[in-house]
Structure formats: C-alpha cells, structure tokens
Design a protein around this ligand. Structure first.
Ligand code: PLP
Length: 396
C-alpha cells in the first residue's frame, strides 16, 4: 500500500503511541483529582500544554485549550468570538475554507450574520484588496485558513493580520492551521494571530484530539459548558492519553520540520515534475511556489477523477479527488471552482499528499504507474477530438 492521502489523515507515529500507552493503561486517573495517583496525569497534561505552547510559539500555556478535533477548534473559536461580541454581525472568510468553517457560516447567515467570502485567483492566491475593502467597523471576525487542504496553497497570514489590524484593531483573526501543523513553521505572535486551530490526526497523532490557541487579549464564550476544565473555556474531563499523543506528535513535528521542507518537498516535486512531463493531458492546478511541501493537486483533462482513483487503488495507491459524490451527482470541488480550474480538468483532479513516511521507491512506482493509468482511461474518454487537439498543442 502506498499512502499519498496524508491531508485526509496520517499514520500514528510509533513514538506517539508509546508516549500515550501509560495513560491508556495504568495512569488512568482524572487529572483534576487531588490524591497522589492523579499527579502523573496532571503533570502530563501540564507538560503537554507547554509543548503545544512552544509548537505555536504562544506567550503563555494558558492560551492553549485542548479540543477533540480541528472542527471543534474552529467552531469554538468562531462561535466563541461571536457570542462574546453579541453586537457585531459581520464576518469575513474565504471561498476556499474547509467545510467545518463554511458550513458553520451558512448556519450563522440564517441567524442574521452577514458573511463576506473572499475569492482567490487561478493560482489559489487570496484577493487581499477585496479583503481590505470588506473590513468595516462592524467586522467581529476574519477567519482564514493558513493552507488549503485540497491544493496546499499557503495564505500570507502575517500580511492579512496587518491589513485587519490597520483597518479595525478590534476585529479578531481566527486561523485554521490544520493543514500547516508539522509542515511549515508556526509562530502565532509573529503572525499576529488571535485564535488558531490544529488537529492531531493530520500530523501523526490519533484522531480525536486537537488544540485551540486563544491569545490572552481575546475573550470567548465557551462552546461546551460544564465543569471548569481548560480554565472554563472547554468543559469535559481532559483526554490525557490523546493530549499526551498530540504533544509528542508536536515534538516530533518540530524536530522533523527541516526534513519536511527539504526531503518531503523533493519527493513531492519529483512526483509532480514526472507526471506533468510524461502525461500530456495533465496540468498543475496551482502555482508552483507558495505551497505546503507535501501537497500537489493535478488535473487530468477529459477524464474522471473517481475512475483514476479506482485504478490507483487497484495498484494499492491511495490519493483523493477534489470531487465529492453527493446524492448520486458529482459535485466538483468548491476550491477548484473558486480558482476557475477549467471544467475539462476539474472532474479529473487528484490530490497527492505525502508524509515523512513516503519513500523514494514509492514515488518512483507512482511515477511509473500514473502514465499507464491515465493512458488507459484516456483511451475510453468520449472526448477523443479534444484530446487529440490537446496532444498536438502540447507537442508544439
Ligand atoms: N480544517 C482543514 C483545513 C482540514 O483539512 C480539516 C480536515 O480535513 C479540518 C479543518 C477538520 O479537522 P478535523 O477532521 O480534525 O475535524
């Protein structure tokens, strides 16, 4: 099996599992209890909070809230800010956010909020002029992802924060950083971020744990109300084993960042260059630079993405397509649509996402197999005239 779908989820690192094991077995105490038995759990919780603080370069451990996933982090941040600032009704986001953000805004629009959706160009880059023009005195929140899950395109977070603060210093800035954790350096202070969410299962921790950074100047109303855990900002007995796993994964990510930025990128570039060179009806759906090092989104013109994935799957290769099959109709990706990817390529777009476990031999195998797969599928495409014209154009 060759796993190139690491933006969907990742393998748990053995060292992460090892770090978690004592807290899944013998050290099961509730960290809030007062007897000695709970000391190990409460110390582990404290230590993990410190590691996540360092991972994000937050100022204070108190700014870290543990959650169950990236979606919970985003919901807590967005609803938390809006419920605390009841009077303000304007929100700004982008057309290419993850559904955990976009679907929440649809709900909020029904409740009377006005949401502006900022567009992107064909490289996937954000329209900063449109963003600047949209901010006004009623803007409670700007919520923008750091990198896109489908394309890997990185948004200029520091620049965006400067624009926001210069137009309305009271507007809060939430960053969905789920797809950058472990892939590029993160520094919430340098970037001027008020709230930021991450998710463990995207960087080799298990599913079911995430974190939310809320800087000390930002007040939120809690989403989950109950006990006083997480300084009253997220009730529920802390999931100590998974939090320990998240912290271990963050430690490994900090140590492995250089490898990610050099080796993982080199393998991604090798795969991409090979496909683009050897398959005439392929196109890169983004610009070349300004992306996280592990992701490549490639469109194959006049063929169907699901069919490509099935052929890949037969060879043990896992990747994903931009389309989601909903109620029998193929709905093309909202991200690729916002980028105006031509309709000839949008249905045949594949996301390859690598990890530190991806090997050279695996990439060589995928490079060897992809032209054969695409040739087979292209041969049965109903668009033979268009394909011949495309081939002639590419050969020129
Ligand atoms: N944000 C982005 C950019 C994502 O890619 C994802 C997951 O794919 C999420 C948020 C949601 O994370 P989780 O699955 O942990 O809820």
């Amino acid at each position: 099996m060759i796993y190139l779908d690491n933006n969907a989820t990742t393998k748990i690192d053995d060292k992460v599992l090892e770090a978690m094991m004592p807290y899944l077995t013998t050290e099961y105490a509730n960290p809030s209890s007062i007897y000695n038995f709970s000391k190990k759990a409460s110390n582990a919780l404290k230590e993990s909070r410190g590691i996540i603080k360092d991972f994000l370069n937050a100022k204070d451990e108190k700014e870290i809230i543990f959650t169950s996933c990236g979606s919970e982090s985003a919901n807590t941040a967005i609803k938390g800010v809006l419920n605390y600032n009841k009077g303000k009704k304007h929100i700004i986001t982008t057309k290419v956010e993850h559904p955990c953000v976009l679907n929440l805004y649809q709900v909020l629009e029904k409740q009377g909020y006005k949401v502006d959706y900022i567009g992107v160009n064909s490289n996937g880059d954000l329209d900063l002029e449109q963003l600047e023009a949209a901010i006004n005195s009623d803007t409670a929140l700007v919520s923008i992802m750091w990198a896109n899950n489908e394309t890997g395109v990185i948004f200029p977070i520091q620049k965006i924060s400067e624009i926001i603060k210069s137009k309305n210093p009271e507007t809060k800035f939430f960053v969905d950083a789920v797809q950058v954790a472990g892939k590029i350096p993160m520094d919430v202070q340098e970037m001027g971020i008020d709230l930021l969410g991450i998710s463990g299962h995207k960087f080799h921790a298990p599913k079911g744990v995430g974190a939310l950074y809320v800087n000390s100047k930002t007040l939120i109303t809690p989403l989950i109300v109950g006990g006083h855990q997480e300084r009253g900002k997220r009730a529920g007995t802390e999931n100590v084993p998974y939090i320990v796993g998240l912290a271990k994964a963050a430690e490994l990510a900090m140590d492995g960042l250089k490898y990610e930025l050099t080796e993982v990128k080199r393998l991604r570039d090798k795969l991409e260059t090979n496909i683009l060179k050897n398959i005439y009806n392929s196109r890169l759906n983004t610009g070349v630079s300004n992306r996280v090092p592990n992701t490549s989104n490639i469109g194959f013109e006049y063929v169907e993405g699901e069919l490509i994935l099935l052929h890949m799957s037969d060879l043990g290769i896992c990747a994903s397509s931009g389309s989601a099959c909903t109620s029998g109709s193929l709905e093309p990706s909202h991200v690729l649509r916002a980028m105006n990817v031509p309709f000839t390529a949008i249905h045949g777009s594949i996301r390859f996402s690598l990890s530190r476990y991806t090997t050279e031999a695996e990439i060589d195998y995928v490079c060897e197999q992809m032209p054969k797969i695409i040739e087979k599928i292209t041969a049965i495409s109903p668009y033979q005239d268009e394909l011949a014209a495309l081939k002639a154009l590419k050969q020129k």
